[in-house]
Design a protein around this ligand. Structure first.
Ligand SMILES: *[C@@H]1O[C@H](CO)[C@@H](O)[C@H](O)[C@H]1NC(C)=O
Ligand SMILES: *[C@@H]1O[C@H](CO)[C@@H](O)[C@H](O)[C@H]1NC(C)=O
Ligand SMILES: *[C@@H]1O[C@H](CO)[C@@H](O)[C@H](O)[C@H]1NC(C)=O
Length: 438
C-alpha cells in the first residue's frame, strides 16, 4: 500500500489541474493515479466463458446495422475527419459485451455502472459522406493471415482492446503472449486461430523511443527520453506487421530531459535543471519522423504494409473542476459545434502528424516502394466533441452501485469507454484497410 499513500500525496499536490493549460499534464497525472486504482481494484479478466451472450450481442448489432457501406472509391474521397455526432435511434445497445471480454477493466463503462448510457447512441456523421460500422466477420475475412500491431501509449491499447472485443463476437481469440508486468498490458497478443489466422498485438511504447522514467515505471519521477533510440519490442517485430497502428502523443507534453547522440539536447518543463527548454512539439515531430523513416527503410522487402498514425484524441478534464472531482467529466452529451473547438495544443500536435505522414508517404513513393502505405487516423475533431465518452469515476465493476460517488475521486477523462466512440476509430481503420488492399 506504499504506492497508494504516495498516490494520495500526489493527488493532493495536483489540485490545480483546473487550469486549461494544464489539462494534458493533468490527464497524464490521472493516468498515474489510475494505475494506482488499477493496482487496488484490478482482478484478472474473466476467461472467455459466455460466448453465447456475445453472439446474441452480435445479432443485435447485425439487426441494427446501417445499409451496406459505400464502395471503396467513394470512401477514398470522403473526409471522415470533419463531421458531427448525431443521435442514432437505430442503435439499440452496446456493440459488444465488454464483461466477457479481455479488456482493461477501467474502460468497461457498462460493467462499471456508468449511469449515462447515451454515449452509446451517437454515430459519427462525416460532413460529406456516409459511413457505417464495421462488420466483425467481414473484418476478420479482410485481414485473414495478417498481423495487426497497435504501437504507442494506452490509447493504442484502448483501441486494440475495443477491436479485439468486437471481433470476439464472431470468433474466439487466444491470448498467446501476456506479460503480467507491474503496470500490466505492456505487450499482449491475441490470436484468432485458423481459418482467420489473425494476430492483434499491442506494444507499449508511449514515446516510441527509449525512455527511462514514469512511462516505464510509475514509481520513477523524472522522464528521460532518448530521441535517437527507437524501442524494442516493436522495432524487432516490425517486419512481421502487416498493419501498424501508431497512437502516441499524450506522454509528450510532460516534463522531460532529452538526449541525442549521448548528450542532453534540451528539456521540457524542468526548471530544476540548467538546460534550455526546447518544448515538446519539436521533439514530438522528431520522434514521429524518425519512427516513420525507420518504418519506411525497413519495409522495403517486407511486402505490403499499411501504417496508420492517429492524431491526438484529447482528454476532457472540465476546467471548472479539479481533475479528481466527481464531475471532472460528467457531461452526458457531445459538444455542439459552437460549444467547443480543438485546443491549440491539440491542433499543433495533430498538424505534426498530418505533415509527417505526408512526408513519409511521399518518401515511400520516391523510393519506389509502393509496398508501404501511410495513412492518418484523424480523430482529433471527433474526439474533441465527445466529453461524454470517458469512464470518469466508473473504473471498476459496479463502481458505485450502492453508494453515491464521493466528491473527490479518481477519474479517467482520457481513455474511452468501450464499447464507445473508440469503436468509430476502428471503423475508420477498417475503411483504410478495405481501400488499400493491404
Ligand atoms: C447519406 O445517406 C442519406 C440517407 O440514406 C442520403 O440521403 C444521402 O444522400 C447520403 N449521402 C451521401 C453523400 O452518400
Ligand atoms: C501469430 O502469432 C503466433 C504466435 O505468436 C505466430 O505463431 C503466428 O505466426 C502469428 N501469425 C501471424 C499471421 O502473424
Ligand atoms: C547555466 O548554464 C550556463 C551555460 O552552461 C552557465 O553559463 C550558467 O552559469 C549556468 N547557470 C547556473 C545558475 O548554474
Amino acid at each position: 500500500m506504499g504506492a497508494a499513500s504516495a498516490g494520495t500525496q500526489e493527488l493532493a499536490d495536483h489540485g490545480r489541474c483546473s487550469h486549461p493549460r494544464k489539462l494534458l499534464g493533468c490527464s497524464l497525472f490521472a493516468l498515474f493515479t489510475l494505475t494506482l486504482v488499477y493496482f487496488i481494484f484490478y482482478s484478472p479478466p474473466p476467461s472467455f466463458i459466455s460466448y453465447a451472450d456475445l453472439f446474441v450481442q452480435l445479432k443485435t448489432h447485425e439487426a441494427t446495422k446501417n445499409s451496406s457501406p459505400p464502395p471503396p472509391q467513394a470512401w477514398l474521397q470522403c473526409d471522415y475527419s470533419n463531421g458531427k455526432w448525431v443521435w442514432d435511434d437505430s442503435i439499440t445497445g452496446p456493440r459488444y459485451d465488454s464483461e466477457n471480454c479481455d479488456m482493461k477493466s477501467t474502460v468497461k463503462c457498462v460493467v462499471n455502472g456508468k449511469p449515462d448510457k447515451g454515449y452509446l447512441h451517437w454515430r459519427w456523421q462525416p460532413a460529406a459522406c456516409n459511413f457505417s460500422a464495421l462488420n466483425p466477420a467481414e473484418f476478420l475475412r479482410l485481414v485473414r493471415g495478417k498481423q495487426l500491431a497497435f504501437v504507442g501509449d494506452s490509447t493504442a491499447r484502448n483501441q486494440a482492446e475495443a477491436l479485439v472485443c468486437f471481433l470476439s463476437t464472431v470468433a474466439r481469440p487466444d491470448t498467446v503472449h501476456r506479460y503480467e508486468e507491474r503496470l500490466g498490458r505492456k505487450f499482449w497478443r491475441w490470436v484468432f486461430p485458423a481459418p482467420h489466422s489473425v494476430n492483434i498485438s499491442t506494444y507499449w511504447s508511449p514515446l516510441l523511443v527509449r525512455a527511462e522514467g514514469p512511462s516505464e515505471d510509475y514509481a520513477m519521477t523524472q522522464q528521460t527520453v532518448i530521441l535517437d533510440a527507437l524501442t524494442e519490442p516493436w522495432t524487432a517485430d516490425l517486419g512481421s506487421m502487416d498493419i501498424m497502428m501508431i497512437s502516441a502523443g499524450h506522454w509528450f507534453p510532460r516534463s522531460a530531459m532529452y538526449y541525442e547522440d549521448g548528450e542532453v539536447v534540451g528539456v521540457y518543463s524542468r526548471p530544476d535543471v540548467n538546460k534550455t527548454d526546447i518544448g515538446y512539439l519539436g521533439v514530438y515531430r522528431k520522434v514521429i519522423r524518425r519512427t516513420l523513416e525507420y518504418v519506411n527503410a525497413k519495409s522495403s522487402s517486407a511486402g505490403d504494409k499499411l501504417v496508420v498514425v492517429a492524431t491526438i484524441a484529447p482528454a476532457h478534464f472540465d476546467s471548472k473542476y479539479s481533475w479528481n472531482h466527481r464531475d471532472a467529466c460528467s457531461r452526458t452529451k457531445p459538444f455542439e459545434e459552437a460549444e467547443a473547438e480543438v485546443a491549440t495544443t491539440d491542433a499543433e500536435m495533430r498538424k505534426v502528424i498530418l505533415e509527417e505522414v505526408e512526408t513519409a508517404a511521399a518518401a515511400a513513393v520516391g523510393t519506389q516502394r509502393p509496398g508501404v502505405r501511410f495513412e492518418v487516423l484523424d480523430v482529433t475533431k471527433m474526439a474533441t466533441m465527445r466529453p461524454d465518452g470517458h469512464p470518469g469515476p466508473y473504473l471498476f465493476a459496479h463502481s458505485y452501485d450502492w453508494r453515491p460517488v464521493p466528491e473527490t475521486v479518481g477519474n479517467d477523462c482520457l481513455h474511452w469507454c468501450a464499447p464507445g466512440l473508440v469503436d468509430t476509430f476502428n471503423d475508420i481503420l477498417m475503411k483504410m484497410i478495405v481501400t488499400g488492399g493491404s
